[in-house]
Write a protein that binds this ligand. Structure first.
Ligand code: PEP
Ligand code: MN
Length: 341
């Protein structure tokens, strides 16, 4: 027994009664109030629940049915929640009809550059500013990010442009400082299976943009989302950013088939990062257009005013002029799939 589906009109008293019963048995409850029905997810090792115990719940007058979920991920699954999840951040809603474009440099490098990029991408139609202050670099000898100083520059940009912030966390010890500044916490590909970090970000009510690991299967990706959700944070945005294959022409192989597959398996919003997916700026626009056509709810795109001098990922960053052209093309694709940007 993993899920208790309640009848329409189940009262708070009845719900609390079930929560208490679960608590006595050592389980926690995750209550999801949908527009159609309320569902209680059972948190803990549910394989220990006997058939008899399960039937006792099913016999309660307010219970419609008791379900077992076959998939190893529960809260992330469509069977737990059939409606698409929407996540409200300020005045923006991710996962609805509107497609959101998160744009900005790979890393926050300096205050003026960040502001300039933010103003350019905002003018072109991006709604969120991205930029890493803590960078997961392959080499310890390359630029590691500005740390808190970088977060302050992001906050300054937010104040001046109104754009909410997306920035990466690398270490659970940085949670307080990251929470102070960001609107969406990014968990990078290299940390997708850093389970302590996932649990940490799962303990707060702050949206998390979870990137697919470099060689993670879709199931492993959804289990990572489950780590966050099992701690009570349901605001998870999945991000396909390319996986390792034998191909070397592109930095990674952008798995666009992950978009419809994730949409079928999960109710969570899905965004695509074509920049890390291909690693070369000239291939970014095609993959961005394809991602929208495939059903993505958003994009995360690296933009830099001077990519030749960028301290990280310059080779995959679009200049603002190219980004502006792309945004116009994306609007047309979005319209074709009955969405808007
Ligand atoms: C990034 O967004 O700059 C980044 C490091 O991404 P990823 O974790 O997907 O490599
Ligand atoms: Mn990058």
């Amino acid at each position: 027994m993993d899920i208790i589906v309640l009848k329409q009109g189940a009262t708070d008293k009845e719900i609390n009664h079930i929560v208490r019963k679960l608590d006595v048995k050592g389980f926690k409850a995750n209550i999801s109030r949908g527009t159609e029905r309320t569902v209680i997810g059972v948190i803990g090792d549910t394989s220990k629940i006997t058939e008899e115990e399960s039937s006792a719940f099913e016999a309660m007058p307010c219970v419609e049915s008791v379900l077992r979920i076959i998939q190893p991920f529960k809260f992330a699954s469509r069977s737990f929640k059939s409606e698409d999840t929407t996540i409200k951040i300020g005045k923006h809603i991710i996962g609805g009809r509107k497609i959101h474009v998160i744009a900005g440099p790979c890393a926050v490098e300096n205050k003026n550059m960040l502001l300039k990029i933010a103003q350019e991408v905002k003018k072109a139609g991006a709604t969120f500013i991205r930029g890493g202050a803590f960078k997961p670099r392959t080499s310890p000898y390359t630029f590691q990010g500005l740390g808190e100083e970088g977060l302050e520059y992001l906050a300054d940009v937010k104040k001046k442009t109104g754009m909410p912030i997306v920035t990466e966390i690398m270490d659970p010890r940085d949670i307080d400082i990251i929470l102070r500044y960001t609107d969406i916490i990014q968990v990078g590909a290299r940390n997708m299976q850093n389970f302590r970090l996932l649990q940490e970000v799962g303990s707060y009510d702050k949206p998390v943009l979870l990137k697919r690991g470099l060689s993670a299967t879709i199931k492993e990706f959804l289990m990572a989302a489950e780590y966050i959700m099992s701690r009570g944070n349901n605001k998870v945005i999945l991000c396909e950013r390319g996986i390792r294959t034998f191909e070397t022409e592109t930095r990674n192989t952008l798995d666009l088939s992950a978009v419809p597959v994730l949409k079928e398996l999960s109710h969570l919003p899905v965004v695509v990062d074509p920049s890390h997916g291909v690693g070369k700026w000239r291939f970014v626009p095609s993959m961005a257009r394809a991602a929208i056509a495939a059903g993505a709810d958003g994009l995360i795109i690296e933009v830099h005013t001077n990519p030749e001098e960028a301290l990280s990922d310059g080779e995959q960053s679009l200049k603002p002029a190219k980004f502006k052209v792309l945004m116009k093309e994306l609007r047309a694709v979005a319209k074709a799939v009955e969405r808007e940007i």
